[in-house]
Design a protein around this ligand. Structure first.
Ligand code: IDP
Length: 147
């Protein structure tokens, strides 16, 4: 089963959107297999956003992600990396379409509410940065054959 790392960013936690964001993923039929509130350290944030080191917004991004708790999650589903990014919407809020999480709830970049891995390889790297192996739970959903 494909899996990905999703994280409600500090703006989403502060705005009380954890539940509504989780609902979007549950509505699609995906399965959460790990989840917790985390106060991200600067080192952990720098590892998470290593691909953006040197970009003009990097320090601002690390400041943002460490500014309050995030809700870190592992989710499973067929093609979940691609499909969850479609649900999330484009990075820039001016391009995020209505109907997507960012399109419906975010109005300022970088405050775009949620992170989603961009490849299965990134997902595994990001999961390892946030979760111990025993923190993810294996279980079956009885509706899985219908979705
Ligand atoms: P993604 O979150 O849609 O995968 P990335 O390009 O990986 O997008 O960027 C990571 C995060 O960095 C974005 O979600 C956003 O919060 C922030 N960011 C990206 N581009 C900019 C920018 O041009 N200015 C400020 N922040 C940005």
């Amino acid at each position: 089963m494909d899996r990905t790392f999703l994280m409600v960013k500090p703006d989403g936690v502060q705005r009380g959107l954890i539940g509504r964001i989780i609902s979007r993923l549950e509505d699609k039929g995906f399965k959460m297999t790990g989840g917790k509130l985390v106060q991200v350290s600067r080192e952990q944030a720098q590892r998470h956003y290593a691909e953006h080191v040197g970009k003009p917004f990097f320090e601002e991004l690390v400041d943002f992600i460490t500014s309050g708790p995030v809700f870190a999650m592992i989710w499973e589903g067929d093609n979940i990396v691609t499909l969850s990014r479609l649900l999330i919407g484009k990075t820039q809020v001016t391009e995020a379409l209505p109907g997507t999480i960012r399109g419906d709830f975010a109005a300022h970049t970088p405050f775009n509410l949620i992170h989603g891995s961009d490849s299965p390889e990134s997902a595994e790297r990001e999961i390892a940065n946030f979760f111990m192996p025993e923190e993810s739970v294996r279980y079956e959903k009885s509706v899985a054959t219908w979705m």
